[in-house]
Design a binder for this molecule. Structure first.
Ligand SMILES: Nc1nc2c(ncn2[C@@H]2O[C@H](COP(=O)(O)OP(=O)(O)OP(=O)(O)O)[C@@H](O)[C@H]2O)c(=O)[nH]1
Ligand SMILES: [Mg+2]
Length: 483
């Protein structure tokens, strides 16, 4: 069966590292009985990143291992020491890999994350969680000794699909009936139609060729080219478009001259003229000249003339037969060698598009969406990625932390949204496994929690009885999250 494209498909689960917890701590010095807050932030979790590597030719690495995680951030500590960021996990994928996000429930493709076509191109597929803020961030003019910190943001895991669309490393180019399909059939497992009339091949076929050295490359067998193809004769542009992305050209010449008794050197010049007429750059591509049908009698003189011309043009030359297999081993070795070399020198001609930023923006937009549903009389369910994480990042054993959370709800407009949905003071509002009593849209307006930069902060001495009761410097806010 001829194939137009090879695909390699797999699904993997990726998870960024969790953010480290912020620290709740107060400064302690010999001559100061109780200093101001000095709890550092938790480190950010690492991300899972895909990177496009031209040396890879399959997704085989993801066949058997399906779960990939990045490192978590460490917790913040006293004396304003921030936690360490977790390192990224970089997964290498071949050129031509399309990445799709899968729906959480159905595992069906939801949207395309990226199409990785340039060497070195990267995309973050699972961002790490942000580190929680230390208590130095929660100081305001009235709340000078905040006795709480934020937990780290948990990273989410999700499934993505990787699909590699194979791009041919080399293309068999030549007049109709010169034996292009016969060659690919002989060299690979591809089984294209072969016949002694022109334009037998109408769509490109791909074949994977493995050299004796173990190296493999993909060859495209494309429809025959004739004089005037660059102007649209024969399959013209259609055909030429297919080789535009191919690095190496295997230029096949029929040494018998076909029924018309054409001259091999003239054929060779005609094809090269068509290539440069279509795109000057195509004629500059590295080429290997393949003199085919050398099993036939009377070809020697033509072989010598074509060899001279090929050498004049600086192209390697091979006299072969797709029927007997003569000369093919050497041809494959040279092709493998050139393909390998070309893969290493592929140049990035456009600046790398930072797809990560776009993906991240899209995720955040969806994340910020808040869904409010009435569960029963007087009971409301609020859901949404960002709001659920706020709840998870809160230390529920700490009243101050809860008050701060309520202040954040107000600030992002949740209270107003609830009110417009019909939620009344005294109703129950549920988020994940937690429940709050709704106090009305305007009740929280004066809660004095503005986030203040750590550098702007100056506090001396003890602020409250609460602080005095907890004179010890370091206590992690993230209960159950300590390492
Ligand atoms: N004697 C001999 N015949 C060959 C050789 N290679 C191909 N042929 C014959 O040449 C004819 C055309 O071969 P194809 O492989 O279909 O040629 P093609 O270049 O793919 O032709 P299009 O797809 O029409 O462009 C067939 O009859 C083949 O059997 C060879 O090395 N020696
Ligand atoms: Mg063919």
């Amino acid at each position: 069966m001829p194939t137009n494209t090879f695909t390699d498909l797999c699904r993997i689960n990726v998870k960024g590292g969790d953010g480290g917890a912020g620290c709740m701590s107060f400064r302690r010095e010999a001559h100061v009985p109780k200093g101001g807050p000095d709890g550092g932030d938790g480190g950010d979790g690492g991300s899972v990143v895909l990177e496009c590597d031209p040396q890879l030719s399959s997704l085989i690495d993801y066949r058997f291992k399906h779960h990939f995680k990045a490192e978590r951030g460490t917790h913040g500590r006293g004396a304003r020491r921030h936690g360490k960021d977790g390192s990224d996990t970089v997964l290498r994928v071949p050129l031509g890999t399309v990445v799709r996000e899968l729906d959480h429930e159905t595992l069906e493709p939801a949207f395309e994350i990226a199409d990785l076509t340039q060497p070195g191109q990267r995309v973050i597929v699972a961002p790490g969680g942000a580190g929680g803020k230390g208590n130095i961030h929660f100081v305001t003019s009235v709340r000078r000794a905040p006795a709480f910190a934020e937990k780290g943001e948990p990273a989410q895991d999700h499934w993505i699909e990787l699909e590699m669309k194979i791009m041919a490393d080399a293309a068999l180019v030549g007049m109709p009936s010169v034996g292009k399909s016969s060659l690919i059939a002989r060299l690979s497992a591809a089984r294209p139609k072969i016949a002694d009339y022109p334009f037998t091949t109408l769509v490109p076929n791909l074949g994977m060729v493995r050299a004796k050295t173990g190296e493999s490359f993909v060859v495209a067998d494309v429809p025959g080219l004739i004089e005037g193809a660059s102007e649209g004769r024969g399959l013209g542009h259609e055909f030429l478009r297919h080789i535009e992305r191919t690095a190496l050209i295997l230029h096949v010449v029929d040494m018998t001259g076909g029924y018309e008794g054409r001259d091999p050197v003239e054929d060779y010049e005609t094809i090269n003229a068509e290539l440069s007429a279509y795109a000057a750059e195509l004629a500059e591509r590295p080429q290997i000249v393949v003199a085919n049908k050398c099993d036939m009698p009377g070809v020697e003189e033509g072989v010598e003339r074509l060899r001279d011309v090929a050498e004049r043009d600086g192209h390697p030359f091979f006299a072969v037969s797709a029927v007997t297999g003569e000369g093919l081993e050497e041809l494959v070795l040279e092709t493998a060698r050139e393909v390998h070399e070309l893969r290493q020198t592929i140049e990035v001609d456009e600046p790398l598009v930072d797809v990560s930023a776009k993906v991240e923006q899209m995720r955040r937009r969806r994340d910020r969406a808040i869904d409010i549903r009435r569960e029963s009389k007087g009971v409301w369910r609020v859901s949404g990625g960002a709001i659920e994480r706020m709840v998870i990042q809160t230390d529920w054993d700490n009243d101050e932390a809860i008050a701060y959370l309520q202040h954040r709800f107000n600030r992002i407009g949740l209270d107003a949204r609830l009110s417009s949905e019909g939620c009344l003071p005294g109703d129950e509002v549920r988020i994940l496994g937690f429940a709050f009593s709704y106090e009305g849209a305007d009740a929280e307006e004066d809660v004095p929690y503005d986030e203040v930069e750590a550098v702007a902060f100056e506090v001396e001495g003890v602020e409250s009885a609460d602080d005095a009761a907890d004179p010890v410097g370091e206590r992690l806010a993230g209960t159950g999250e300590e390492e």
